[in-house]
Design a protein around this ligand. Sequence first.
Ligand code: F6R
Length: 239
Amino acid sequence: MVATFKNYQDLSAFAANKIIRLVKHKKNAVLCLAAGDTPALTYHLVVETAKREAISFSEIIFTGLDEWVGIGPDIPGSCYHFLQQKIFGPLGIKKTQIHFFNSMATDLQQECNRINTIIQTVRGIDLALVGIGLNGHVGFNEPGIDPAGNAHVVTLDEVTSIVGQKYFKTNTALSKGITLGMAQIMQAREVLLLANGAKKAAIIRRTLKEDISNAVPAGFITTHPNGWILLDEEAAAEL
Ligand code: F6R
């Protein structure tokens, strides 16, 4: 389903409401959340509502979506740091509730296996909230990925390495990522893909108008039975 909202505020309120409703309905829901600019307001609204309505997140499980390889959790710009600042910290989420990639691990393949096992053990993701890269990536599932893949280490697309600089104060080498695979995202019981702003209009056009293929990984989400492509008017401008 594609839904277009008047602005970023309305789009974020819709996504936040989906998370809140799930958490109210399923105390031990499994959430997989993207970092990045797009979901920042959604997380702010989730935190605001949870505090206002005293909604407990104490049994919710969080799985990581992706991380920059070699960028530790304490470094501003890492996905973990972002989520810690925006949602884990403000909601008082315990470390035991969070299953995130350790991108500093010496054996990254083992780290992928560890996360794959956790996702199986928790019986899959209830809701995955993802963004879209300017190249159509989801998590770090870059153009050309195997859509049947699970967690894996990836050589980042040039676009991702360049655009990713926006999260860091100083120039940072970003060459590899570790990410859930497209199959794990597609197996989530619900997927929300958010896109806002004019800079996303061209890739949203490709996502929704081109034949679905791994050239634009976000396109796969349109085939998910509970997949939502949530846009503001600027991101939908080329449709
Ligand atoms: C980050 C992630 C990425 C971003 C995407 C869009 O955890 O998974 O795929 O969602 O690059 O980033 P923003 O929202 O900053 O435009």
